[in-house]
Design a protein around this ligand. Structure first.
Ligand SMILES: Nc1ncnc2c1ncn2[C@@H]1O[C@H](COP(=O)(O)OP(=O)(O)O)[C@@H](O)[C@H]1O
Ligand SMILES: [Mg+2]
Length: 299
């Protein structure tokens, strides 16, 4: 559905997307992860044909984004990072106006809109003004709007940003449903749990570059191990771990040991070290993310 090779985007001298290559296959949920400023939105905008690339190849549906913008846009559904719903209009009017960009006849558009409002559970809000909707409702409406033209590919830029857990779970459910109906979905997020649940494959970006690509479970296994043993950070435990071949990292007042055999690590700690509190937890995509992008604060 998408093929990028050596893709680059510059703003003046600044390189926002730096020589990235990736392929998105039909039917998959593909994620772009990365800290603020990594270049995710810039990459999404090039896919959406709203921001021209400077270098490299980018094809969507096998068509070149530089020459076939109109055709590509007709087959795409887009949820932008910032809501751009028209605040002067109602829920229904927003969808109706949007349907006109795709030359959908009014009668047909009305049917589509009814179905979509049902899908995103906004039927009762049909005549409500945008300004009176909650954040979760706006996100759901943006998703409905992205579906008006029955797209084959959905590009969702931070679809759940700022939502409460209920609203977020509802969006996840809808994304899963859309995938099961045969849609291909590209999304960005910095909620790692979200990416782990939803994405078949993903890339982690930072400073415009792709640092790593793969299936969430494989990335965790390859770069972290299946489990993490966390112990209090004290000199005795450190000393003890230094004598073993364990892979570990000191994070503030805890030590994280990366392992596929937590029992062995626990036994070693129990036998050899004078430790305080120890817990075992499953390794997550967040561990992979922090390993690749570091712990330094971003903007
Ligand atoms: N229109 C623009 N002009 C100049 N710099 C931009 C513009 N848009 C984005 N940038 C810069 O490009 C980098 C990547 O931004 P963005 O793609 O929005 O990152 P992300 O979505 O991963 O947070 C940031 O450093 C941002 O400040
Ligand atoms: Mg962004």
């Amino acid at each position: 559905m998408i093929e990028a090779d050596g893709l680059e985007k510059r703003y003046g001298e600044f390189i926002a997307v730096d020589n990235i290559s990736f392929v998105v296959n039909e039917g998959e949920v593909f994620g772009f992860l990365g800290p603020n400023g990594a270049g995710k939105t810039t990459a999404m905008k090039m896919i959406q044909c709203v921001s021209p690339k400077n270098k490299g190849k980018l094809e969507v549906f096998g068509m070149d984004v530089s020459t076939d913008q109109r055709k590509i846009k007709r087959l795409l559904g887009v949820v932008p990072q910032e809501s751009n719903l028209d605040p002067d209009f109602s829920v229904y009017q927003n969808l109706l106006v949007y349907s006109r960009y795709f030359d959908i006849p009014q009668k047909k558009a009305e049917n589509i809109i009814d179905e979509l409002l049902d899908f995103v559970m906004l039927k009762e809000k049909k005549d409500t003004l945008i300004t009176l909707l909650s954040g979760g409702m706006r996100r759901r409406l943006l998703l409905a709007r992205a579906l008006v033209n029955n797209p084959r590919l959905l590009v969702l830029d931070e679809p759940t940003v700022g939502l409460d857990p209920q609203a977020r779970h509802l969006i996840w459910e809808k994304i899963k449903k859309l995938q099961s109906l045969g849609n291909t979905i590209v999304l960005t997020t910095h909620y790692l749990e979200e990416a782990e649940r939803l994405c078949d494959r993903l890339v982690i970006m930072d400073n415009g570059k792709i640092l790593v690509e793969g299936k969430p479970s494989e990335l965790i296994r390859e770069y972290i191990g299946t489990e993490i043993v966390e112990a209090d950070n004290n000199p005795a435990v450190l000393d003890c771990l230094n004598k073993t071949s364990s892979k570990f990292e000191v994070v503030g007042d805890t030590i994280q040991v990366y392992t596929d055999d937590p029992q062995a690590v626990m036994n070693a700690l129990l036998k050899e070290c004078d430790f305080g509190k120890v817990i075992v937890r499953r390794a997550t995509l967040e561990d992979v993310f922090l390993k690749f992008t570091g712990r330094k604060l971003r903007d």
